[in-house]
Design a protein. Sequence first.
Length: 244
Amino acid sequence: MAKSTLASLAALSLAAVVSAQTAPQWGQCGGQGWTGATVCPDGWFCSVLNPYYSQCLQGASVSSISSASSSASGASSGSPTSTSSASGTTPTLIAGNSFIRAVEDPNFHQYLRSETLNSVGTAVLGDPVDAAQFQINNGQLEQLVPDGTILYATVEPPANSTVVKLGISWATTPDTLGTFLWGGDTVEWNSATVSRPQNNAWLVCPDAAGNKLLFLNLGPYDYDTPAGCADETIHAYTGATPTS
Ligand SMILES: *[C@@H]1O[C@H](CO)[C@@H](O)[C@H](O)[C@H]1NC(C)=O
C-alpha cells in the first residue's frame, strides 16, 4: 500500500474517531443498539425520545416535570407565564410527530403548546418559535417534551349544563373524559358523556395576561361564540419547521 494511501486512511480514521465523540446537531445520540456518539455539541443536549432513539436537541434539558395537576378552569391571571425557548431557535419536526396550529384569524398560524413551555398546565397557542410537537395515540393527544416525557391533553369536566367551553391542560396522566382523533388533518374530540354538535370546534380565549388559552367548544363552530373568544379549528402541520 502506498504511503499516501496509508496517510489518508489514517486521516480518515482519525476523522471518524473525532466525529464519533460528538453527535451532530439534530443527530442521533443514543438508543438501543446505538454505537455512535452519545455526546451532543455545546449548547445541545441528548433527548431520549424512545428506547430506540435519542436525538441532539438545542438548549438545556428539561430537568423536571412537575406532576402537579392542572388548573381546572384553564384560566389564569397575573403575569404571563409564556416563555420563549431559551435558544429562541425554531424547532425542527421529529419524524412521526406533527405541529398543531390554528388557521383562522386572529390566531392564524399560532401553534399549540404548554403555557409554560414543555410543562404540565394550561394548553395555549403561541408563536411558531415555541411550537410543541404531538402525536395522537390510543385516543390521547400526546405532547412530546424534549426530555422524552409525554404530556397528555386533558379536558376539564363540565361543571354543569350551562357551561359552553371546557379548558384544556397538559398532564402526566391520560385524559379519561373522551377521545382525541384526527379528522383528516383536524384535531377532533368526542366523548360518551359530553355531547357536542361538532367534534372539531375549538375556541381560543386570551386571558388577562394575553396567554391564548385553548378550549373545547361545546357549541357549534362560529355560532354563539363566547365573549372574548375566537372560533378555531386546529390542524396538523408536518412541515420541517413551523411557519408563521
Ligand atoms: C356552571 O359552572 C360555571 C363554571 O364553573 C359557573 O361559572 C356557573 O356559575 C355555573 N352555573 C350554574 C347555573 O350552576
